[in-house]
Design a protein around this ligand. Structure first.
Ligand code: KDG
Ligand code: MG
Length: 403
């Protein structure tokens, strides 16, 4: 089953998505998500200029060999651009294999280990009352697990807070990133009060999650985790910058609040110490940024040995192709924890037709062969790329801060 064409489509149906399309001589086509938020064109070029020409003529059935060829063969390993490009190829080949077999991808991964995939939605507010309203809206939609974020009083902007109309909170398009402000003492005073407010109002019957976006030092994160213990969080996400794995030892000494890390991971080497020293409870890596299904499955298998569960990243800047791939993997692996479900907005459904479903707090990837996502290239062409960046975060004195 030779690959006859591989091409990259960059489109913006609501936000930017990079999609790889792989065609075979048998007429079976596969798709993969190659979106790297704010650096989309770098991955598009890596694929177009260096990977697509190598794919033509290869056997689409040889997924593992192609993965090794692109990873080891390039000499330059890891990194978000490389691993997102490899992920897109890998997912497209799994899609082709599923379609050729006439089976949904999760069947090729060993079949369903559960009936549905527990997902969490995002509730946020510019005030505690606004957060409560959005939280109630999520409960009404059927979510059983909800991430809570609210604007820190006194700060002009807080990342992760949706405008009143819905779920999108990324800045508008433009050639430069927006700049946000940050003040750790104000945040550390506010965050426990925010979580207490939600528990007081809504009780303990729903899972609560909170994202720190890598903004604390290990000892600050330990203090926050300890303060949050009475509110029994499902997890505290990305408490400190993720590249410093040994820092999590300090955090672990100070709190029993579960810790989730991983949306910036690209490979198993980014979490080897975190997993083998049991410094985290959930790996939040994504299919798109961590080398595809082939590699992320390896990460989750390592995690399984150490009692660490999955909690994959599922933000709106990962395309519906990535969401579908994540759901197939979530359904199949033994150590699944939870899946983020931020959803997509804008005219994305003109471009991506999905088979996955949400009901009563759980999602299912559907039973269409392969990923179960159809990609409409003509519709994609109607929504051209728009430059758009994640915000830069500065402390009150102007210093660029972690995030
Ligand atoms: O591209 C980065 C976003 O996906 C990220 O900032 C969103 O933190 C996020 C999350 O948990 O979804
Ligand atoms: Mg996050």
């Amino acid at each position: 089953m030779k690959i006859t064409d591989a091409r990259v489509v960059v489109s913006s149906p609501g936000r930017n998505y990079v999609t790889l399309v792989v065609e075979t001589e048998d007429g079976v086509t596969g798709i993969g998500d190659a979106t790297l938020n704010g650096r989309e064109l770098a991955v598009a070029s890596y694929l177009r200029d260096h990977v697509c020409p190598l794919l033509v003529g290869r056997d689409a059935r040889r997924i593992e060999d192609t993965w090794q060829y692109l990873y080891k063969g390039a000499y330059w390993r890891r990194g978000p651009v490389t691993m997102t490009a490899i992920a897109a190829v890998d997912v497209a080949l799994w899609d082709i294999k599923g379609k050729a077999a006439g089976m949904p991808l999760y069947q090729l991964l060993g079949g369903a280990s559960r009936e549905g995939v527990l997902v969490y939605g995002h509730a946020s507010g510019t005030s505690l009352d606004g957060l409560s309203e959005d939280f109630q809206r999520h409960l009404d939609l059927g979510y059983r697990a909800i991430r809570v974020q609210a604007a820190v009083p006194g700060l002009e902007k807080t990342y992760g807070i949706a405008p009143a109309d819905g779920r999108v909170y990324e800045p508008a398009s433009g050639n430069r990133p927006q700049e946000d402000t940050w003040d750790t003492p104000a945040y550390l005073d506010f965050a426990p009060a925010m979580i207490a407010h939600v528990r007081e109002q809504f009780g303990y019957g729903v899972h609560l999650l909170h994202d720190v976006h890598h903004r604390l030092t290990p000892i600050e994160a330990g203090r926050l985790g300890a303060a949050l213990e009475p509110y029994r969080l499902f997890w505290m996400e990305d408490p400190t910058p993720a590249e410093d794995q040994s820092a999590f030892r300090i955090l672990r000494q100070h709190t029993t609040t579960p810790v989730a890390v991983g949306e910036v991971f690209n490979s198993i080497w980014d979490c080897q110490q975190l997993i083998t020293e049991r410094l985290i409870d959930y790996v939040r890596a994504s299919v798109s940024h961590t080398g595809g299904i082939t590699h992320l499955r390896r990460v989750f298998s390592l995690a399984e040995l150490y009692g660490v569960r999955s909690g994959s990243h599922g933000a709106g800047d990962l395309s519906p192709v990535a969401m579908a791939a994540a759901l197939h993997l979530d359904l199949a692996i033994p150590n699944f924890g939870i899946q983020e479900h931020m959803g997509h907005t804008g005219p994305y459904a003109e471009v991506f037709r999905t088979s996955y479903s949400f009901s009563d707090g759980y999602m299912h990837p559907g039973d269409a062969p392969g990923l179960g996502v159809e990609f409409d290239e003509e519709a994609a062409a109607r929504h051209p790329y728009e430059p758009r960046y994640l915000p830069v975060n500065r402390r009150l004195d102007g210093t660029v801060h972690d995030w």
